[in-house]
Design a protein around this ligand. Structure first.
Ligand code: UDX
Length: 435
């Protein structure tokens, strides 16, 4: 089989490389010549464990190519995946679909034969598949082009494992031909008995949003329970475990923290809430989740300021981890983007460390200082905040941390450290949802 993938972003690169690994001939096309040139040389624009090796091997074997030329990418392709970005539109928060529609139109123009399957992998609001069908029919009334939806559920930092061994694959289509092509592509997953949800395009589109909004709500629920735990002297981890052992609830995504971030949850919850309002069926639970999560990031900044005492100006804070989660360099909607400006506006000196600081250097306030190590970020700090739970912070020596700091307050916003060990080392230690 041969496929083209439009967009060498997170989803496009990972799916393209994984399909190639499945034995499919893949050509990834991106409009950015510098990106394509870099990919040909084996330079991956994102940090994702294992992706560089997967890309290099499949590129060397001739199954994975890169180009800026859509026609070249589509030469002989049975199927084209749209994996272009769907950012939040400035101003109203709806998903910005201009890249998706432009890509669909480009594919239709370049199509040469009947039977091509155009699959949307980007996260798009319900109804987009229908619009894509209209575009395709308008541009190429002479051809039969099948439209399908195949949302992607991979997590950053775990993307390859998630793609190769997903909990399920969702396929939305309205023709046997499209289902047959998608089934052939996903054959390796049928062999490992991955559940496949075959449904309509609208349903497939909605499944993706409903799943992400549910997970965001689950996190937000445990975050509010954590706040209550602090007030009443309960332990949120035992609450989460006791709840999560109920098979109907499940233990995952009940870890409290500074609020969810990332490229998906914030924008997808917002887009779903707006779609639902427009459709006359508002989802108030998701609206509340968005508001609670936004407020939480602000509250975390207030908590750090409170830990600095009545006059935070001139005090110094060391922050460990600024990406939205570990094992990624992604800064999109990271809690640090709300917290740091608030600290800096209050006159606090902020030094951060992150193992992958590339994007952070570009988007955090100019006054932010970057340290080369966690200990350097803690040096002279009145308060040290663990904001993103990179593994290397778990093994930090409490004694080295203690002697580097000026103060003795640790704020562990991910509950990554052992409270007993930290208190024994002489810290004034506080975490989330534990008295
Ligand atoms: C998410 C979904 O998991 C994935 O299915 C979807 O396709 C894209 O969005 P991702 O954004 O990569 O993936 O990260 P994820 O690991 O889900 O974490 C999202 C955010 O929630 C992070 O900020 C993380 O720190 C936070 N989180 C997650 C918690 O605060 N508590 C938890 O228990 C789990």
């Amino acid at each position: 089989m041969r496929i083209a993938v439009l967009g060498a972003g997170y989803v496009g690169l990972v799916s393209g490389a994984c399909f190639a690994e499945f034995g499919v001939n893949v050509c990834i096309v991106d409009t950015d010549p510098a990106k394509v040139e870099a990919l040909r040389r084996g330079v991956i624009p994102i940090y994702e464990p294992g992706l560089d090796k997967l890309v290099a091997e499949n590129h060397a074997d001739g199954r994975l190519g890169f180009t800026t030329d859509l026609e070249e990418a589509m030469e002989g392709a049975d199927c084209v995946f749209l994996a272009v970005g769907t950012p939040s539109r400035r101003g109203d928060g709806h998903a910005d679909l201009r890249y998706v529609y432009a890509a669909a139109e480009g594919v239709a123009r370049a199509a040469k034969k009947d039977g091509l399957v155009l699959v949307t992998k980007s996260t798009v609001p319900v109804g987009t598949g229908q619009k894509i069908r209209e575009i395709v029919q308008r541009v190429r009334p002479d051809l039969t082009i099948h439209v399908a939806s195949n949302p992607e559920f991979l997590r950053e930092g775990n993307a390859i494992g998630d793609f190769m061994r997903p909990d399920r694959v969702v396929l939305g289509a309205d023709s046997d031909a499209a289902f047959a092509t998608l089934r052939r592509l996903y054959r390796p997953l049928y062999l490992i008995e991955t559940p496949i949800v075959a449904t309509s395009i609208e349903t497939a589109e909605l499944i993706k949003y409903a799943a992400n909004a549910f997970l965001a709500t689950k996190i937000t629920f445990i975050n509010e329970i954590a706040d209550l735990c602090e007030r009443v002297g309960a332990d949120v981890h035992d609450v989460a475990r006791g709840m999560g052992l109920d098979g109907r609830i499940g233990r995952k995504f009940l870890h409290p923290g500074p609020g969810y971030g990332g490229s998906c949850f914030p924008k997808d919850t917002l887009a779903l809430a707006l779609t639902a309002r427009d459709a006359g069926a508002p989802i108030r639970l998701v609206e509340a989740t968005i508001a609670v999560n936004d407020a939480r990031k602000e509250a975390m900044a207030d908590r750090i300021l409170a830990a600095l005492g009545p006059s935070p100006a001139g005090k110094s804070v060391g922050i460990l981890g600024v990406t939205f989660k570990p094992e990624t360099d992604d800064m999109r909607d990271a809690p640090s983007l709300v917290i740091l400006p608030k600290l800096i506006a209050a006159g606090v000196e902020v030094t951060v460390h992150d193992p992958q600081p590339g994007q952070a250097r570009q988007v955090l306030p100019a006054a932010t200082r970057f340290a080369a190590s966690a200990i350097e970020a803690a040096t002279g700090a009145d308060v040290v905040v663990l904001l993103t739970e990179w593994n290397e912070y778990r093994s930090l020596s409490p004694d080295r941390l203690r002697s580097a700091m000026r103060g003795e307050t640790l704020l562990d916003l991910r509950n990554a450290w052992d409270p007993v060990a930290m208190r024994e080392a002489g810290f004034h230690y506080s975490s989330v949802g534990r008295a």
